[in-house]
Every structure is written in structure tokens, then in C-alpha cells.
Design a binder for this molecule. Structure first.
Ligand code: ADP
Ligand code: MG
Length: 313
């Protein structure tokens, strides 16, 4: 494992506001870290400090081993950054904008031409290269921003809400591009779109009010849901009262609730244990016929709400 981003006890105060409050995490090569949290949680402020656009109140950031305070140029050379909203010069064309960025990145001649072509190809903007950016759709503007961030093929990418405001097809394309680049980069993407947790992220850090509330895999995040391993079950030709009485006396079931339309029950196991095999056996032992029986993984929206509204920690 190669550590590419190391964030230690990072803090940013704006007057009285503690926008980022003691944040620590790291990202390895090959890892896409989903930086989750509600609006105002401190995601963009953290990303601005990682990229050297904002100076921390305290704490340290290292990118590819370089300290953002003492080696800011080496840090900026090591990373690509898509700021929130993907700003670009509206009256430039993607071609002139990318060439301008290539100049800033110190590329020239054939290397510059090659970098612009490759980035335009990967971001799928080749057919709009000579059209003013202000005339492009939101999806294409975002792709121009992405092309800009990957132009110098950096080992680290910091993407602030790369799919925000895009339609489902555009979101899919941007996610595909990120997935393609994931294997040899360390990537942080901020998002509040929970479906991206599974579509993109190997790990998630969830923040609220500037503090980390969770750091783990998407599966671990889902497992925090009260619905994790809950089982929806219905049985043929048995009335709900008899079924409820039967389920209640099973020692591995902690709680049950009627499903909408009285189509069976959702049962909650003790300690969110897996019980599908045991439960189906118990029902068959009773000589009943199972209509349907399936376990839930958990619900990210519920976990997100619980954690960020002050449930855990
Ligand atoms: N330049 C600034 N001056 C004052 N407050 C700011 C500034 N930038 C961000 N904030 C505040 O810091 C908090 C975190 O903002 P931000 O990092 O943009 O959150 P997120 O990206 O998670 O939505 C918010 O309360 C926001 O209003
Ligand atoms: Mg933001």
C-alpha cells in the first residue's frame, strides 16, 4: 500500500465557525474515498486545504509525502483538483482552456499536445473542443473541468462533487471515468449522492459539523443501519395473528413490524445477526409454506440521517 494523502488533525476556523474541526484520514494508491456529509459539513473547506487553496488554522496535510505548507508547489504538481461547480473561463473554448492549463502545468510542444488530446479523449469532449465553454451544457462543462484536473496525469485527484447537478447518463459517464482512473491514483470525491457510495467508493469518510462521524467501507456503513439483516417474510395461508405469535416466540428475533398492506412482517434479529437460514428452517419445521423471505443490506439514507443529525457519537 502506498500512502498518497495523509490528513492529520486538520482544522479551519472562519471567525466563530469551526468549518473543519480535527479531521484525520488517509488515502492509498488505488483507493477512491467518498467524502460524504450534508451541505455545510466542511467537505469543500477540507478539500481546499488539501489542495493548498486555503491555509489550515492547524493540522497537517501531506500529498505524496510533501507537506502542503512547506512544499506547496510539489503538492500542487502531484494533484488534480476539480473545485465545486467546476469553474472555467466561460469565453474560452475547451481547447484554449486546456492549453492554458497545460502551460501552467509546465507542459510544452508535443507533450502539451499529447496531454490535451488524452485528457479531452478521456473526458469525452473532443467534439466540443472549439465551442465557447459558456455555450456548453452543464454536463460538458463538468467534463471540461474533469479534463483540466487530469491533464498532467496526477497521482492524486481531489474532485469536489463531480456529479452534482448532472443527469443520470452524465453521472454514469463521470463515474465510469473515475472508475477507469482509480487503479493507479488516490482519489477523494465529495458527494451527498448516496448511490455513489456503492457505484464508486472503496471507503467512506462521513463528516458533519466539521467532525468525522464514520470512516469505513460502504458495507460497514450500510451495516450500521437498523435495517441491516432485517428480514421481510410472508407465509402462504396463515393469518397475520398466527404468524406474529409464531415469530415472536423465536429467540433470535428481537422485534417485528407489519409490512404495508399486511403482506407479512419485517423481523429484526438480535444484534443484527444473519437469520435467513434459521428463519426459513423454523417456518418449514412448522409445516408452513414460505411465500417470500429476503434480508435487507441496510439503508444508507437512514444511516446518513442518523449519523449526521447527531445520532452516533
Ligand atoms: N470563506 C468562508 N467564510 C466563512 N465561512 C465559510 C467560508 N467557507 C465556508 N464557510 C462555512 O464553513 C462551513 C463548511 O462549508 P463547506 O466546507 O463549504 O461545506 P460543504 O462543502 O460540506 O457543503 C459552512 O458553515 C460554511 O458556511
Ligand atoms: Mg461543498
Amino acid at each position: 500500500m502506498t500512502l498518497r494523502i495523509e490528513i492529520d488533525n486538520l482544522t479551519k476556523h472562519f471567525g466563530e465557525i469551526k468549518a473543519v474541526d480535527g479531521v484525520s484520514f488517509s488515502v492509498n494508491k488505488g483507493e477512491v474515498l467518498g467524502f460524504l456529509g450534508p451541505n455545510g459539513a466542511g467537505k469543500s473547506t477540507t478539500m481546499k486545504m488539501v489542495t493548498g487553496f486555503l491555509t489550515p488554522t492547524s493540522g497537517t496535510v501531506r500529498v505524496c509525502g510533501y507537506d502542503v505548507l512547506t512544499d506547496p508547489i510539489a503538492v500542487k504538481a502531484s494533484l488534480g483538483y476539480l473545485p465545486e461547480g467546476a469553474p472555467a473561463y466561460a469565453d474560452m473554448t475547451p481547447d484554449s482552456f486546456l492549453k492554458f492549463i497545460a502551460d501552467i502545468r509546465g507542459l510544452s510542444g508535443a507533450a502539451k499536445q499529447h496531454a490535451v488530446e488524452l485528457a479531452a479523449d478521456r473526458a469525452q469532449i473532443k467534439h466540443v473542443m472549439f465551442q465557447p465553454i459558456e455555450t456548453l451544457s452543464k454536463g460538458y462543462k463538468r467534463r471540461v473541468g474533469l479534463a483540466q484536473s487530469i491533464l498532467h496525469n496526477p497521482p492524486v485527484l481531489i474532485l469536489d462533487e463531480p456529479t452534482d447537478g448532472l443527469d443520470p447518463n452524465q453521472k454514469h459517464e463521470v463515474r465510469t471515468l473515475i472508475n477507469e482512473m482509480a487503479h493507479d491514483k488516490a482519489i477523494i470525491i465529495s458527494t451527498h449522492i448516496l448511490e455513489e457510495v456503492h457505484a464508486l467508493c472503496h471507503r467512506n469518510v462521513l463528516i458533519a459539523n466539521g467532525k468525522i462521524k464514520f470512516d469505513g467501507t460502504p458495507h460497514e456503513l450500510e451495516a450500521m443501519s437498523r435495517y441491516h439483516n432485517a428480514v421481510c417474510v410472508s407465509v402462504a395461508n396463515v393469518d397475520n395473528d398466527s404468524l406474529a405469535a409464531f415469530l415472536t416466540q423465536l429467540d433470535y428475533i428481537a422485534e417485528l413490524e407489519v409490512l404495508p398492506g399486511s403482506r407479512g412482517f419485517r423481523v429484526y434479529p438480535h444484534n443484527a445477526k444473519q437469520i435467513t437460514a434459521e428463519l426459513s428452517q423454523s417456518i418449514r419445521d412448522n409445516n408452513w409454506q414460505i411465500d417470500s423471505l429476503h434480508a435487507e443490506n441496510g439503508r444508507l439514507d437512514e444511516v446518513f440521517r442518523t449519523i449526521t443529525m447527531g445520532g452516533n457519537k
